[in-house]
Design a protein around this ligand. Structure first.
Ligand SMILES: Nc1ncnc2c1ncn2[C@@H]1O[C@H](COP(=O)(O)OP(=O)(O)OP(=O)(O)O)[C@@H](O)[C@H]1O
Length: 122
């Protein structure tokens, strides 16, 4: 009974820490703030262009994937800076790969955006 109670208390604590990380990301990480602003702009454009429910699903998913990838990239950058603050080619390589993952997400988000919006202008 006690361990069950601890299980739920621990889960609540985990959500608290996750919410703290979420708040840190959206208030102090410039790359995340930039992506959040792009996400908000795309959401406004979505309303203005009256996109369909399916298009909303793809657009929201694309925004979410970009934000998740960018957030994980930020975590890896912080970890790299903590482990090895000095210049190091391997750290540079790890950071490049991590940034590449975020870029991957951004490329597909742009493709999704083009598929949704190009037909509305032709
Ligand atoms: N310690 C390092 N050693 C070698 N190369 C590094 C190092 N730190 C950064 N670099 C190179 O610089 C690039 C950008 O690094 P980083 O992402 O830390 O900087 P930034 O883009 O200015 O960071 P932020 O996202 O916080 O603005 C890396 O992808 C890597 O190529």
């Amino acid at each position: 009974m006690n361990s069950e109670r601890n299980f739920f208390l621990n889960r609540i604590k985990s959500v608290k820490y996750a919410a703290k990380g979420f708040w840190i990301l959206i208030t102090s990480e410039k790359s995340i703030i930039a992506q959040v602003i792009i996400g908000i702009i795309m959401t406004i454009i979505g309303f203005l262009m009256n996109i369909s429910a399916t298009e909303w699903l793809f657009q929201i998913t694309a925004i979410a994937i970009v934000l998740v990838a960018e957030s994980l990239n930020t975590a890896i950058e912080k970890m790299a800076d903590f482990i090895h603050p000095d210049y190091n080619t391997k750290i540079g390589f790890i950071k490049d790969i991590s940034a590449g993952a975020a870029f991957f997400a951004a490329i597909f988000a742009v493709i999704i955006g083009l598929i949704i919006y190009i037909p509305k202008f032709i």
